[in-house]
Design a protein around this ligand. Structure first.
Ligand code: NDP
Ligand code: HSE
Length: 436
C-alpha cells in the first residue's frame, strides 16, 4: 500500500487532538483510505513538555525547516496559529510540493489569496475545513456540494468562546471574566483571547466564508467588527423581556453586487433555530438560490471537534495525492480567472431594527426629548419601556425601533448622548427579526 507521510507543525490543543486521532482511529483511516497515512514528524517549540499523548522517539523536533524541505514528507498540517512564521512555513511547504492542511483562519483571512495562488501554481492542495466553525463541514459544503448556488446570505454563530460566554451569562448570570477563563482552560479560546471577545476571530471566519461564497477577496479591515465586551446583564435581561436572545452573529448579505459584512452582538427572536445554538456550539445558516435555506450546527471549538475536521482534510489530501490529483479543486472555490472584486457596503447604509438603551434621569420630559430626537431622524419606535430599576441617579429607558438606517441611528444617538439628562453613553444592539 502506498504510504503518504504527514508532518505536524504545532502540538497545542488541536495538534494534540490530531495526534490522538492518528492513534485512536488508525483502524478507520486504514479502512477508509487506499493509501497509508503516517504522521512522521511533529514540530513544536517545547519538545520536553508532555501533551498527554504518546509520541514515538525521534518524531518531535524544534526544527521546522527540516520538515519543510524534506522530500519524503507529502503533507504539512499547520496548527501553530498566528500570521508569522505560519505564513512563511506554509508557503515554503507549498514551494516544496507539499499539500497543506491548516486551521488558521487569522492567516487565511489576511493572506488566503497569496497562499491559494501559490498552491494553484504548485499544483498542490490547501485544505482548511477546521478554520471555520470547528467540526461543522461548512467549507466543503459551500465549495463542493453547494457549488452551483448563487448565495444570498450567510449568518453564522462562528465563535465558540463568545457563544459559551453569552450562554452562561444568559442562563446562569455568570460573570464574563470567569467564563472566559473557563473557555481558555477548555482550549476554546485563541492564544490571544481578545481575538475572540472583540469579534475578530468571527470576522476572520466570515471573511473566509465570503471569499468562498462570492469568489471575492475581502479587505479584512472593511468588515465591521464589534465584540461582546460591552454586553451587560441588564441588556441580557431586557432582551429576554422582549423575547430575544443575544448572540455574536456574523452576517453577510449580497445586495446588488455589493456585500454587507459585519460581526456584532445581535438580538435574535427566542425560538429561532440560531438563537437556540448554545454553549461552544456554532451554527451557519446559508441561503442559496437552488438550495434554499440550509443550517448546519455543531461544536465550534475544542480539541476533538477541531481535530476531527483537520483529519477530514488530511484524508481528502491523502486521497488526492494517492491518485496524483492534488490541486484538482481551487482552494478558494473559484478558478483564479473568475475571482472578482466586490465592494463592501458601508455600515452607515445598512438597514436593521435596533435595541437602544439610555440611562436617563428620572424626571418629566426626558422620554419626550429622546422620542423627539429619534422622530427628527425619521426613526420609528416599535416598543418602549422605562423601568423603576435605578442605577445611581438614572433609570434605563429602552426603545426598540422599526427598520431603519444605521446612519440615522448614529445621528440620533450623538444628539441623545449630548443631553444633560442622559448619563452614560447609550447602548445599541442590532436586531435580526428575520434571517431571509
Ligand atoms: P495552541 O496555542 O494550543 O497551540 C499552538 C502550538 O503551536 C503550540 O504547541 C506551540 O508550541 C506551537 N507553536 C507556536 N509557534 C511555534 C513556532 N514558531 N514553531 C513551532 N511551534 C510553534 O493553539 P490551538 O491548538 O488552539 O490552535 C491551533 C490553530 O488552530 C490556530 O490557528 C487556531 O486559530 C486554530 N483553531 C483552534 C481551535 C480551538 O478550538 N483551539 C478551533 C479551530 C481552529 P509549544 O506548545 O511548544 O509552545
Ligand atoms: N477561538 C475559537 C472559538 C476557536 O472560540 O471559536 C475555534 O475557531
Amino acid at each position: 500500500m502506498k504510504q503518504i507521510k504527514a508532518a505536524l507543525l504545532g502540538f497545542g490543543t488541536v495538534g494534540t487532538g490530531v495526534v490522538k486521532a492518528f492513534a485512536d482511529n488508525a483502524d478507520l483511516l486504514r479502512q477508509r483510505l487506499d493509501a497509508e497515512v503516517v504522521l512522521t514528524r511533529i514540530a513544536t517549540r517545547d519538545i520536553e513538555r508532555s501533551r498527554g499523548v504518546e509520541v514515538a522517539p525521534g518524531v518531535l523536533t524544534q526544527d521546522v525547516d527540516s520538515i519543510l524541505v524534506d522530500p519524503d514528507i507529502d503533507l504539512v498540517i499547520e496548527l501553530m496559529g498566528g500570521y508569522e512564521p505560519a505564513r512563511t512555513y506554509i508557503l515554503k511547504a507549498i514551494a516544496h510540493g507539499k499539500d497543506v492542511v491548516t486551521a488558521n483562519k487569522a492567516l487565511l483571512a489576511l493572506h488566503g489569496p497569496e497562499i491559494f495562488e501559490a498552491a494553484r501554481k504548485a499544483g498542490v492542495d490547501v485544505f482548511y475545513e477546521a478554520a471555520v466553525a470547528g467540526a461543522i463541514p461548512v467549507i466543503t459544503a459551500i465549495r463542493e456540494n453547494l457549488g452551483v448556488n448563487r448565495f444570498q446570505s450567510v449568518f453564522g454563530i462562528l465563535n465558540g468562546t463568545c457563544n459559551y460566554i453569552l450562554t452562561r451569562m444568559t442562563d446562569e448570570g455568570a460573570d464574563f471574566a470567569e467564563v472566559l477563563e473557563d473557555a481558555q482552560t477548555q482550549g476554546y479560546a485563541e492564544a490571544d483571547p481578545t481575538f475572540d471577545v472583540e469579534g475578530i476571530d468571527a470576522a476572520h471566519k466570515l471573511s473566509v466564508l465570503i471569499s468562498l461564497c462570492f469568489g471575492t477577496p475581502v479587505d479584512f479591515d472593511q468588515i465591521y467588527t464589534e465584540g461582546i465586551g460591552a454586553i451587560s446583564a441588564l441588556d441580557i435581561q431586557f432582551a429576554r423581556e422582549f423575547g430575544y436572545k443575544i448572540k455574536l452573529l456574523a452576517i453577510c448579505k449580497e445586495d446588488g453586487g455589493r456585500i454587507e459584512a459585519r460581526v456584532h452582538p445581535t438580538m435574535l427572536p427566542q425560538g429561532h433555530p440560531l438563537s437556540d445554538v448554545d454553549g461552544v456550539f456554532n451554527a451557519v445558516r446559508i441561503m442559496g438560490d437552488f438550495s434554499g435555506p440550509i443550517m448546519l450546527s455543531g461544536r465550534g471549538a475544542g480539541m476533538e471537534a477541531t481535530a476531527g475536521a483537520v483529519m477530514g482534510d488530511v484524508m481528502a489530501a491523502v486521497r488526492n495525492r494517492h491518485r496524483d490529483a492534488s490541486g484538482r479543486s481551487p482552494a478558494c472555490g473559484y478558478r483564479s480567472d473568475a475571482i472578482r472584486s466586490l465592494d463592501i457596503k458601508p455600515m452607515d447604509e445598512i438597514q436593521s431594527h435596533y435595541y437602544l438603551r439610555f440611562m436617563a434621569r428620572d424626571q418629566p420630559g426626558v422620554l419626550g426629548q429622546i422620542a423627539g430626537i429619534l422622530g427628527g431622524e425619521g426613526i420609528g419606535i416599535a416598543r418602549m419601556i422605562q423601568t423603576e430599576r435605578h442605577v445611581e441617579n438614572t433609570v434605563p429607558v429602552v426603545i426598540l425601533t422599526h427598520d431603519t438606517c444605521e446612519a440615522n441611528i448614529r445621528a440620533a444617538l450623538a444628539q441623545i448622548d449630548a443631553l444633560d439628562v442622559v448619563g452614560e453613553p447609550s447602548r445599541l444592539i442590532r436586531i435580526e427579526a428575520s434571517l431571509d
